[in-house]
Design a protein around this ligand. Structure first.
Ligand code: PHE
Ligand code: NA
Length: 450
């Protein structure tokens, strides 16, 4: 196992760091706009069911592999395959995780860069009194300036490396202990602000009164896919954070708490955003521009909009940063543990690779807008490849591995004994998770039409 200084010092630190990994752009940027596009209440209900029935068990499986393996995802998988007497090729699941985090981070830093860029833009009162159209054009113009985008995403990457480079306790743990309470505080303040619009009730109704006529089969799949993405399942992030978990901490209880915090963040984000959107007669189904165009339109007209708008983008940046840590940590751990590099060297090397790849995303908004693959830009293709395929595939393989390859004595031991809870977990992970993920894949390749 790892030395104590290579582990979280408390249970709470793990929960905050893992919640930091989970709560990200997915909660604040993506969740509200996909909930908006898919009609609200019914979609959110399905999403909550996906989190509870699939998200939590899969999160437990991934954390379990990490905690048992006590190394980076590749070596952990290799060690556990050996322990189970299984094919050593299972370590490719670890490789897939490291690669997924790497690819995901390359466009995650770009979107996080939008958030960071919008802090000074909002704080300087840019949106005050600006016409809605002008605010939309402003965002388009922002995307069309490669050097500006590169500057902001580079800053995100440098901040990320500055924290991750310091290691588990001085870097990841300290940052999470400071940033996560702040993030939730800001979220609650923003919800409080949203109640002053007088449209809070409409937002609550939109989010929690299910209208099943608005629910489509593709909406269900979007909810499912997002449940993996939002909990950071299948990408090695939770595996590496799990590997820093001391042996006496309950995987079930901490995973559940992480899922609760992640869900709370998404719902609070919705409760902060939708009242504002409704108060100004704006569209909840505006798509990816909901945060960067629709919301600024409202901030530009609201009393104290500059102040709270700035707070919003600070909060979004914090959420994105703590997730970025977890996306590169699998690669850093692998480079240090397996290739014997110092953390500094590993950070510089890993960071450079991600930086180069991020240029592809930056250019896809402008120069490469015509360069598409199956109608998708480079940015959209990367997003689709990672969230649509790699994360679910990683999750499927981790489910199969823990449920069918690892010995039940071992998984039961790691999960605190053969209780009823353990048996339910095993059932969900053995049957429900693989079947549901398979359905996602069959639908994605068009073999079943939903
Ligand atoms: N869960 C993060 C979010 O919601 C994204 C993420 C996915 C982070 C996979 C790490 C690993 O934004
Ligand atoms: Na999330």
């Amino acid at each position: 196992g790892r030395a104590p200084q290579q582990q979280w010092s408390t249970r709470i630190s793990f929960i905050l760091a893992a919640a930091g990994a989970a709560v990200g752009l997915g909660n604040i940027w993506k969740f509200p706009y996909i909930a908006g596009e898919n009609g609200g209440g019914a979609f959110i209900l399905v999403y909550l069911a996906c989190i509870a029935l699939l998200g939590v068990p899969l999160l437990m499986a991934e954390v379990l592999i990490g905690r048992r393996g006590q190394q980076n995802p590749i070596n952990s998988m290799a060690r556990l395959a050996q322990e189970a007497g299984a094919n050593p090729a299972w370590k490719n699941v670890g490789r897939l995780g490291v690669l997924t985090g790497f690819l995901l981070l390359s466009f995650y830093v770009v979107v996080a860069g939008w958030a960071l860029a919008y802090i000074p833009v909002t704080a300087s009162g840019t949106f005050t009194g600006l016409e809605p159209q002008a605010i939309g054009q402003r965002f388009d113009a922002h995307l069309e300036q490669p050097l500006v985008l590169i500057g902001w995403s580079t800053l995100v990457l440098l901040l990320t490396l500055g924290i991750v480079g310091r290691g588990v306790r001085k870097g990841l743990e300290r940052a999470a202990n400071l940033l996560m309470p702040l993030l939730f505080l800001f979220l609650v303040i923003l919800v409080g602000y949203a109640t002053t619009t007088g449209h809070f009730g409409a937002a609550v109704a939109f989010m929690f009164e299910p209208d099943f006529s608005k629910l489509t089969a593709s909406g269900i799949l979007v909810a499912l896919g997002h449940a993996f993405f939002t909990l950071s399942i299948g990408g090695g992030a939770m595996m590496i954070y799990g590997s820093y978990l001391p042996p006496d901490v309950s995987i079930a209880r901490t995973s559940m708490l992480v899922a609760v915090l992640d869900t709370a963040a998404a719902l609070l984000a919705g409760l902060a955003i939708f009242p504002i959107v409704f108060a100004y007669g704006l569209e909840p189904g505006a798509g990816p521009g909901l945060i960067f165009v629709t919301l600024p339109i409202a901030f530009g007209q609201m009393p104290l909009g500059t102040l709270f708008g700035t707070l919003f983008f600070v909060m979004l940046s914090v959420a994105a940063l703590t997730s970025a840590f977890s996306l590169i940590e699998p690669a850093i751990a692998w480079l240090t543990e397996k290739q014997g590099m110092s953390r500094l060297k590993a950070s510089v090397l890993g960071g450079s690779g991600i930086w180069l790849l991020s240029l592809g995303t930056v250019l896809s908004f402008n120069l490469g807008a015509e360069w598409t693959l199956a109608g998708k830009t480079f940015f959209e293709s990367l997003d689709y490849l990672t969230s649509g395929w790699m994360l679910p595939l990683g999750a499927l393989l981790m489910a199969l591995f823990t449920a069918w390859v690892m010995k039940p004595e071992i998984t039961a031991y790691e999960l605190g004994g053969e209780s009823t809870g353990y048996r339910i977990w095993l059932l969900l992970i053995r049957f429900l998770a693989p079947v549901v993920i398979l359905v996602i894949f069959l639908q994605a390749i068009g073999l079943i039409g939903l």
